[in-house]
Every structure is written in structure tokens, then in C-alpha cells.
Design a protein around this ligand. Sequence first.
Ligand SMILES: Nc1ncnc2c1ncn2[C@@H]1O[C@H](COP(=O)(O)OP(=O)(O)OP(=O)(O)O)[C@@H](O)[C@H]1O
Length: 276
Amino acid sequence: MSLLSISDLQQVYRSGRGGSAREVRAVDHVDLQLEAGEIVGLVGESGCGKTTTARCVTGLVRPTGGSITFDGVDVLHPAREEKRRLHREIKMVFQDPFASLNPRMTVEQIIGEGLQTHRPELDKAGRRTVIGELLEQVGLHASAASAYPRSFSGGQRQRIGIARALAVKPRLLVCDEVVSALDVSIQAQICNLLLDSRDEYGLAMMFISHDLAVVRQLCDRVLVMRAGSVVESGTTDAIFGDPQHEYTRSLLAATPVPEVRETAAHQELPALEKRA
Ligand SMILES: Nc1ncnc2c1ncn2[C@@H]1O[C@H](COP(=O)(O)OP(=O)(O)OP(=O)(O)O)[C@@H](O)[C@H]1O
């Protein structure tokens, strides 16, 4: 049994009424299986349905059709006791770091909230230690814990969001454009952190990105989406090395991707100046 199984997923958005009613078929019969420890990339031009697919998996959008199971649990109709487990085990890092952090909470409160609920074995000092370590791992200083989101740049908020998601050691992380806005050294550090989490506790990932170089570096498999449908899927090497669909070829041609597949885990990271 796969960790995540998406079958015949459909999402139609309807807006307006009467003669002006409009339908957008955002996700059109999408299938995806994801194993523990596997990283799958979702690529395709803006508006092809990547975010909607991700939001269906995390329960933020109720799809109009299809099914999603996670570790055997029906994600769309979970029993009450399963909701809590899904909430801990599936985490999403959002595209827009400004909207996803509560401006009235300190970073410690933001990251600590999930820890308190889902890792009750930690006391306050234990939570502080975990939060400090996570902040360092995403390239921020541990002292960032006492500051509010407004003190940080967009990229730094993005990293706080990643620290918050990883704090509870989820089994599935859904990343929506999480590294595209970061500068290259921080990007490498975040990729390494994600790969370390995969190696350490089998974290699986759905990785949405326009940055095909990062997708090539990080993902085991890739799904190419167009107008709500998956037009091609395969191993990362097959998609980048021998694309079969014309659309995949045009996507790759529009964004040349370095051929060398340098594993981020083995990349030498430049010395980082931590910023709080
Ligand atoms: N809440 C909504 N109501 C109506 N239409 C929506 C809604 N959310 C998304 N859409 C439409 O659904 C389609 C798919 O959007 P989605 O955000 O899933 O694509 P995407 O591939 O993630 O795009 P991007 O890369 O720009 O984030 C688009 O046509 C979008 O305009």
C-alpha cells in the first residue's frame, strides 16, 4: 500500500450565476501514488492545477470527484480520531509566507503551537531547544524565536514556515514553491534539510516548483501537468533526459536545466551568515 494514493482526482471551481456562470476544471482526473521517503515533483505552467491538487491532499479544498488515501485513511472522509493524525502527519508549506504566519504570534509561539499539540513528551525547555535547532537548520539564528513575523523578509518567513512544518516530523510534506524565492546558498541548505529529513525519518514530499533545476536535483519522480491533467510522469532522469510528451519538451526548452545531477546532500554549502 502506498503512503499516499490519489485516484481520479477532480476539482471544478464554479463562479458567477446564470448566464455569467463560469466553470474552471482545475484538476482533471489526476492519479498519483507516493511511497514513504519518496519525493515527487509537480511541474507545469501557471494555472495548470498544481496548487489545487496539493490543497486537496491537505484538506484545504474539498474536491468535486475522486479519492485520496493516506496510509489507508480516507483523507476526504476521515473518522474523528483520524483527523488529528492526518493533521500531524501531512503538512503543507505555502507559497505565500506573508499570509501563512499569524502576525500576532512570536516565532517561538508559531513553531511551538504544533509541538505542544503533537509532541506532548516535550516540556517547555525541550520545545525551546527543538525550536532553536530548527531555526539554525533553516539558516536563521536561534534568537529569531522571540521576534514577530513582521521582522523578517519574505524568504526568512518562508523558512520559518518550513521550520514549523518540520517541527512535528510529518510523514508527508507538501511544498508549494518554497525555495524559488530564496537565494542559492539558502536554497541549497533547505534542500539539504529536506533530504536529511527524508533520510532520518522517511519524510515523503510533493514538491511543486517552477524551478526545474531544483526539481531535477531534489525529486525522484516528476509529474508534468497541463490544464488540470497529468500529461507525462516518470523518473526524474527519464523526464529530464528523455521526455516523451511534446509539452514536456517545450517546458524544458523554455527553462534550460543544468544536465549534471548534483545531489544537494553532497553539495558543499558556503559559510552562511545567519540572519535574525
Ligand atoms: N478558489 C478558486 N476559485 C476559482 N478558480 C480557482 C480557484 N483557485 C484556483 N482557481 C483556478 O484553477 C486553475 C488552477 O489553479 P492552481 O492554482 O491550482 O494552478 P497552479 O498550477 O498551482 O498555478 P500557479 O503555478 O500559478 O500557482 C486556474 O485556472 C485558477 O485560476
